[in-house]
Design a protein. Structure first.
Lengths: 257, 253
């Protein structure tokens, strides 16, 4: 793909996404007119509230939530990818751990939340750990499967160029695991934010989940509650965009045709 | 250049692929190893590459016993040898990057290694890959991928070139042009070359001498001299055609 072509595709995609956004806002507006109740404020009203709230405590809550997702993502990558690489390259290890992962992987991690809170308390640690759990298994499984597809021929031919263990890691295993990590993140970033929301409903005074709950159920400030929902959506969408961008930046070979 | 002494190798106990096998190669020779699948020809090549270890006996390359891959040997395999996420240029440069990564330690890279990125451009040009340099392996043809693998190996200035079925997955015209190219490169760069193949014609074109292997265990080296080697228009040469006939008969025995 030439650069010019690539730019054109990018512009077209951006246009399409923007158009979809406008359509969704219009739909929301029409619904708000029809329903005409306080529990469904118009996007215009929510927008104004959002701007007002940005000057108050909303950014603090946003940052608290962002920090929890960011920290857990980083930890999950750091722990899961080396383990995934090891399992993917060692058949005996994989045979040993595969049944364990098989049992743990499909468990909806969010049901573990009360237990995690019992053990790790109600602070940041339990929330970070919850999201970590979700991302950990996703990354582990995808990196493992990716590492298992690395052909022995490839490893041998790179070894024949002089590569020992360290160079193999640097030039083969590490670059091979990047697309798997990003795919795992793309698949699970939505779930991570959803679980974060639930986790932040539990005894905490910081984070968007708490903010939404507080404004809606306690203060009945519906436009502010909607502003919180928008902020949480922006968080999820923003993370998704970052992963998308990283994929194009770090794995250009997957898009080259 | 290479001495294989009393080599014994087996994948499963008491089913040796090689037993007390002796074979030697002089510097600058072009050899092919021919045989049906499962005869152990690739195994022998990987042993010489230092990627497998023998059970008994020893392999000497340049007078030194082989314990691990030696930095002056180059290996080209049938397919899948290129990094799919790296461009053609980065793939050709991979060996240099690995050498820089370790420094000239004599173990991963020769002590007197002096290769520069200018060599990368030279080999990209020499193998006609200049226009493909920024493409990924998935975007180029099979023949171009093998050219890339050849460039990646030769940029390291090896003294021994090992090839495992290098052109088997290519169509006939591409295969023939790459065979011609290898003969040319062998002459120009004073290489010692060993090619493993199951194709009779390829064995007769790329081998000055042909090592014929059969059903294991291989006990003795069955060597056939190729008098038609390196002749112009070898493919229509009667001597070459006759040799192919002989090889065909020996293989079907």
């Amino acid at each position: 793909m030439s650069n010019l072509e690539g730019e054109n595709v990018k512009v077209m995609r951006a246009k399409a996404v923007l158009l979809a956004l406008v359509l969704l806002l219009l739909l929301w507006q029409v619904l708000a007119w029809i329903v005409n109740l306080a529990i469904l404020p118009s996007p215009w009203e929510v927008g104004q509230t959002l701007i007002r709230e940005l000057g108050r405590d909303l950014p603090g809550h946003f940052l608290a939530s962002f920090w929890r997702v960011f920290a857990s993502t980083l930890l999950a990558i750091l722990f899961a990818s080396p383990l995934g690489l090891m399992l993917g390259q060692s058949k005996p290890l994989d045979r040993f751990f595969a049944p364990v992962i098989y049992l743990l992987y499909p468990i909806p991690k969010v049901v573990l939340l009360p237990i995690v809170v019992l053990f790790l308390g109600i602070g940041d640690v339990s929330k970070i750990f919850m999201i970590f759990l979700i991302l950990f298994f996703q990354i582990l499984v995808l990196v493992r499967d990716q590492a298992a597809t690395l052909r022995p021929e490839l490893i041998q031919s790179v070894r024949s160029l002089g590569a020992g263990r360290r160079a193999l890691f640097r030039y083969v295993y590490f670059p091979a695991s990047i697309p798997a990590i990003l795919t795992a993140l793309r698949q699970s970033v939505g779930t991570a934010v959803a679980v974060l929301y639930v986790a932040e409903l539990f005894a905490t005074q910081k984070g968007l989940g708490y903010y939404i709950y507080l404004k809606g159920s306690n203060l009945f400030d519906y436009p502010a509650m909607y502003a919180g929902v928008v902020a949480m959506s922006v968080l999820g969408l923003g993370l998704y965009f970052v992963v998308d961008w990283l994929e194009r930046k770090l794995c250009p070979w997957q898009f080259a045709r | 250049m290479i001495q294989v002494r009393n080599l014994t190798f087996e994948y499963a106990t008491d089913q040796p692929v090689f037993h007390n096998f002796n074979w030697s190669i002089n510097k600058g020779e072009a050899w092919t190893i021919l045989g049906p699948s499962g005869c152990g020809k690739s195994t022998l090549l990987y042993l010489i590459a230092g990627l497998r270890q023998s059970l008994l006996g020893e392999i000497l390359v340049d007078g030194e016993q082989l314990m691990r891959p030696r930095p002056q040997s180059g290996l080209i395999i049938q397919d899948y040898g290129l990094l799919p996420w790296a461009t053609v240029r980065d793939n050709v440069r991979l060996g240099l990057d690995i050498r820089r990564f370790y420094g000239p330690d004599g173990k991963h890279a020769p002590v007197e290694a002096k290769v520069s990125d200018a060599d990368v451009n030279f080999w990209l040009g020499k193998l006609g890959l200049q226009e493909q340099a920024e493409k990924f392996p998935g975007q180029i043809s099979g023949g171009q991928r093998q050219r890339c693998a050849i460039a990646r190996t030769l940029v390291l200035q090896p003294d021994l070139l090992l090839m495992d079925e290098p052109f088997s997955s290519l169509d006939a015209p591409t295969r023939e042009s790459l065979q011609n190219l290898m003969i040319e490169l062998w002459q120009q760069h004073n290489l010692t070359m060993i090619t493993v193949t199951h194709l009779i014609e390829e064995a007769a074109i790329l081998g000055q001498k042909i090592l014929l292997l059969n059903e294991p265990p291989n006990l003795t080296a069955n060597v056939i001299e190729n008098t038609s080697f390196d002749k112009p228009d070898i493919r229509s040469d009667p001597e070459y055609l006759h040799l192919c006939q002989i090889l065909r008969e020996k293989m079907s025995k």
